[in-house]
Design a protein around this ligand. Sequence first.
Ligand code: G3H
Ligand code: 13P
Ligand code: ZN
Length: 334
Amino acid sequence: MVNYKELGLVNTKEMFARAVEGGYAIPAFNFNNMEQLQAIVKAAVETKSPVILQVSKGARNYANGVLLRYMAQGAVEYAKDLGCEHPEIVLHLDHGDSFETCKSCIDAGFSSVMIDGSHLPYEENIALTKKVVEYAHQFDVTVEGELGVLAGVEDEVSSDHHTYTDPEEVIDFATRTGCDSLAISIGTSHGAYKFTPEQCTIDPATGRMVPPPLAFDVLKAVEAKLPGFPIVLHGSSSVPQEEVETINQYGGGLKAAIGIPEEWLREAAKSAVCKINIDSDSRLAMTAAVRKVLAEKPAEFDPRKYLGPARDNMEKMYKHKIINVLGSDGKLAK
Ligand code: G3H
Ligand code: 13P
Ligand code: ZN
C-alpha cells in the first residue's frame, strides 16, 4: 500500500475549490506513454497550472498500471527539475468500472479515482459510488461520480444517444454518495466523431461546422441545485480541423471528425465545471506530427525523430488549452 502523498501527488479537493471560486477549469489530460506525459508536465510547468494526469483502463492495459504510477511519481520530480517548486499534480483513474479497480488504484498511489456507475440503475450507481467513497476517503483520495450517460462508447458500454443528467437527482446523489465531484452529461461524447455533419450547421463567416448546442440549461440547473459543487465534463476534445487535415494530407483517413467548439468549453469553464477531460485532441496532435515526419522523410527510422515532433505538437496543444480554453494558467497555490 502506497499513499499518494509519499509520491508528491495531491488530490483534487483544493484545486477544485479554487477553480470553482475563480471561474476556470483544471485540465484532465489522459496519458499512455512517456512523450504524452513529458508534454503534459512541460505545458503545466510553463503555464504554472495545476494538472490532472488521467489513466484509463485502456492505458493500464497498454502501459501497465504499476509503470504508469511510477511515471506519475516521475512527473512530480520532472516538474521540479523543470523549475516548479510546488507542482500540483493529481494521478486520477479515468472511468473506474468497479470497486476493485478503484481500490487497487488507491492502494497503488492514485490520489483521485472516478467510479463510473452511470450505466447502472440509479440506486446501484449510488451504492457503488458510496462504497468507493467510503474506502477512498480513509486515505484522503477524492472521488468523481457520474450521473447521466454520454452518447458513444463509455466504459466499454455503447449508447447511441445521450441521457442528460437529471438535475432533480444531483442533490440526492451527491449527499448520499459523499462524492467530491460529479461528471454530468450535457451533450458531449468521447472520441473524435462527436457529431455527424448532418447534425451540424455551417457558420457562413468561417465555413466551420457548428454542432448542435450543448445542454447548458442542464448545467445551469445542476449548478443551481448544488452551488459551488465541482462539476466535470468528459468528452471535451475540440478535434482541431488543422490536425485532421494534416493527418489526411499525409495518408490518413479521418472522415468528418467534429468536436466541441472551444468557445463553448471556455463558457463551461467559467461555471461550476472545474475539470475538463481531453484525450482525443492529444491523439490527433501526436498522429498528425508522426504522419508528417514519416511522409516527408520516408527513410527516417529513429523514433526520436518522429516522437520528438509529436511531443512538441502535443505540448503546444496542451498549453493552448490551459491558457486559451480552461484558464488554469498561473493558478498554482504557491
Ligand atoms: O474516456 C475515454 C478516454 O479517452 C480513454 O480512452 O479507454 O481508449 O484509453 P481509452
Ligand atoms: P475526448 O475523447 O473528447 O478527448 O474525451 C476524453 C475523456 O472524456 C476521458 O475521460
Ligand atoms: Zn471520459
